[in-house]
Design a protein around this ligand. Structure first.
Ligand SMILES: [Zn+2]
Length: 237
């Protein structure tokens, strides 16, 4: 892009476009003055020659063709790369270990009171349709010797949410992870989620959400403990 200043670039670029005979020669290509090495989400921006995961990208391009699309058109040119990056992020839970996430953030418990963290947002993908489901997790535990930093609880939820999942498994994996890490007297996990595979297709019920729960230890054995937890997490603020 032999441009001088941003202001003249647009005209110069258009002029260059008129002189070219290739398929790129069109008047929409006005962003040639943008730096080539920054990630610009503008579909009209000049696509930098960049590769992230060629094999993954070619699979995505294949899907686009199967949908009747042209993966080479301007708007879609970098889509395979973006999808590959996004999918890697959305499934990054597979490669995270609880040890590195917790990173030693355990502290000595000073009491045996129930600890509750509610309204932890999560975003996951259903393994049946690879469509998002998202919602909130509410977590309670009664410590024995150790408690965990509150932000770590949210990170543990992400480790299991960023995979292909079913909500019930996500719920019990979070509960089991907390048992393993804290060895508490008990753990309760309740998740409520909306599933795109129900909202956008199938029954198309936009306002329904699914609740799933996993009770371990004292929350499972003691109805009163469980009731206290449920009351606290369903309480309106
Ligand atoms: Zn589904």
């Amino acid at each position: 892009m032999g441009s001088k200043t941003p202001i003249t670039t647009i005209n110069a670029h258009r002029a260059a476009g008129l002189n070219k005979s290739g398929p790129q020669a069109n008047g929409h290509h006005i962003n040639g003055h943008k730096s080539m090495d920054t990630e610009v989400d503008n579909p009209y921006a000049t696509p930098p020659e960049e590769s992230y995961d060629p094999e993954f990208e070619s699979l995505v391009a294949q899907i686009l063709r199967r949908l009747g699309e042209d993966p080479e058109r301007t708007g879609l040119k970098r889509t395979p790369l973006r999808v590959a990056k996004a999918m890697d992020f959305l499934t990054s839970g597979y490669t995270q270990s609880l040890t590195e996430v917790v990173n030693g953030a355990l502290f000595e418990a000073e009491g045996q009171e129930m600890v509750i963290v509610r309204d932890i947002e999560f975003y996951s993908q259903c393994e049946h349709h690879m469509l998002p489901f998202f919602g909130k997790a509410h977590i309670g535990y009664i410590p024995n010797a150790s408690i965990i930093g509150l932000s770590k609880i949210a990170r543990i939820v992400d480790v299991f949410a960023r995979r292909l999942q079913v909500q019930e498994r996500l719920t019990s994996q979070v509960a089991d992870a907390l048992i393993e890490i804290l060895q508490p007297q008990g753990v309760a996990v309740v998740t409520e989620a909306s599933h795109f595979c129900m909202m956008m297709r199938g029954v198309q019920k936009q306002n329904s959400f699914t609740i799933s729960s996993a009770m371990r230890g004292s929350f499972k054995e003691n109805a009163q403990t469980r009731a206290e937890f449920m009351e606290l997490v369903t309480q309106k603020r």
